[in-house]
Write a protein that binds this ligand. Structure first.
Ligand code: NAD
Ligand code: UDP
Length: 348
């Protein structure tokens, strides 16, 4: 089976993807600097993988450490790379743009240079629906105009452009850019999940921390949008469906016709903040106290994906609905109220 390098493999989406890759029979080497993650995630992935954990290894490194990355490529030949590693907090990127450009752009350039030096030119990259900005219409198709409203989004756009240029210069590259919509939920075991450092920026990690009593209430960012109930609408996708999307993308990289292609990974359905909170309350049996606040600068009104291209060309479709996402998010939260910071139950 192919050997895959996963950067950012200890992170939220990375850890779920590593597990699904192992379960699908792939060999995986993951790297991470644990800047926004924990070594506990790696040991839990190994436990969940059972016997297949023998096909998994991990190296702690920062992608900007060229010598360390070179060593990994010298010791191991890779068939493809899935590149998750990056910083992702929009607000922090506005405060610290150089940190974001340094980490996300320099890290990616060094990764690509080392890949080229070792003859590995197959890549799946984590892009984001943020590149659609405030879309003029929905659903968002892959051809929509691209824009960025903050340094984080700019790093995604620049890396996308970098990938298109790489392919233009060298047709041996095979690249799939995956534009994720809003990943939520956790592995159904409740043993791995999202564990952001500090106060969460995203809706569901925030809701989860209110539910376990770590935060007092959720502030709803705007209830005057032109939507069903005035609150923002997004396309929430179960993280395990998203992980499966990466396996579909890896398979697509074997298509001789593939060059540099982009696919949305979403469900194609829009859900408002209040609808999401209600579904989580039902799944958890917890009341989420709400405070109505103003719009968050840079937020779009309605964003959801057209999933046609991924369905047709990747043969992939999200299976889980909002209730599944909330059930699994709550299962993770209730078993690990402090994330990986305190030991949770064994999966067995
Ligand atoms: P995450 O923070 O949980 O995972 C990213 C991982 O990369 C972390 O474990 C972090 O420690 C690691 N990392 C960061 N910089 C590194 C470096 N220089 N060297 C080595 N490791 C490094 O985030 P996630 O939610 O799993 O996101 C994964 C990718 O998907 C990111 O590129 C993110 O921008 C993108 N994405 C995420 C979302 C989302 O809502 N979660 C949406 C769209 C796109
Ligand atoms: N949101 C909110 N309160 C929060 C965090 C988010 O009302 O504390 C809203 C936000 O305005 C958006 C939706 O929830 O309408 C999803 O926000 P998130 O940050 O999770 O994703 P993104 O805006 O990046 O799509």
């Amino acid at each position: 089976m192919p050997m895959i390098l996963v950067t950012g493999g200890a992170g939220y989406i990375g850890s779920h993807t590593v597990l699904q890759l192992l379960l699908a029979g792939y060999n995986v080497l993951a790297v991470d600097n644990f800047d926004n993650s924990s070594a506990v995630a790696i040991s839990r992935v190994k436990e969940l993988a059972g016997k297949l954990a023998k096909n998994f290894s991990f190296v702690e490194l920062d992608l900007r450490n060229r010598a360390a990355l070179e060593k990994v490529f010298t010791n191991q030949k890779f068939d493809a790379v899935i590149h998750f590693a990056g910083l992702k907090a929009v607000g922090e990127s506005v405060q610290k743009p150089l940190l974001y450009f340094d980490n996300n752009l320099i890290g990616t350039i060094i990764l690509f240079q080392v890949m080229v030096a070792h003859g590995c030119k197959k890549l799946v990259f984590s892009s984001s629906a943020t590149v659609y900005g405030w879309p003029k219409e929905v659903p968002c198709t892959e051809e929509f105009p691209l824009s960025s409203t903050n340094p984080y989004g700019r790093t995604k756009l620049i890396i996308e452009e970098m990938c298109r240029d790489l392919y233009c210069a060298d047709k041996n590259w095979k690249i799939i850019l995956l534009r994720y919509f809003n990943p939520v939920g956790a592995h159904p075991s409740g043993f791995i999940g999202e564990d952001p450092r500090g106060i969460p920026n995203n809706l569901m990690p925030f809701v989860q921390q209110v539910a376990v009593g770590r935060l007092p209430s959720l502030t709803v960012f705007g209830n005057d949008y032109k939507t069903c109930d005035g609150t923002g609408v997004r396309d929430y996708i179960h993280v395990v469906d998203l992980a499966e999307g990466h396996i579909a993308a890896l398979r697509k990289l074997d298509d001789p016709k593939i060059g540099c292609e982009v696919y949305n990974l979403g469900t194609g359905k829009g859900t408002s903040v209040l609808e999401m909170v209600k579904a989580f309350e039902q799944a958890s049996g917890k009341k989420i106290p709400l405070a109505m606040g103003g719009r968050r600068p840079g937020d779009a009104e309605i964003v959801y994906a057209s999933t046609k291209k991924a369905e047709k060309e990747l043969n992939w479709k999200a299976k889980h609905d909002i209730d599944d996402m909330c059930r699994d998010q709550w299962n993770w939260a209730s078993k690990n109220p402090y994330g990986y910071g305190r030991s949770g139950d064994s999966p067995k």
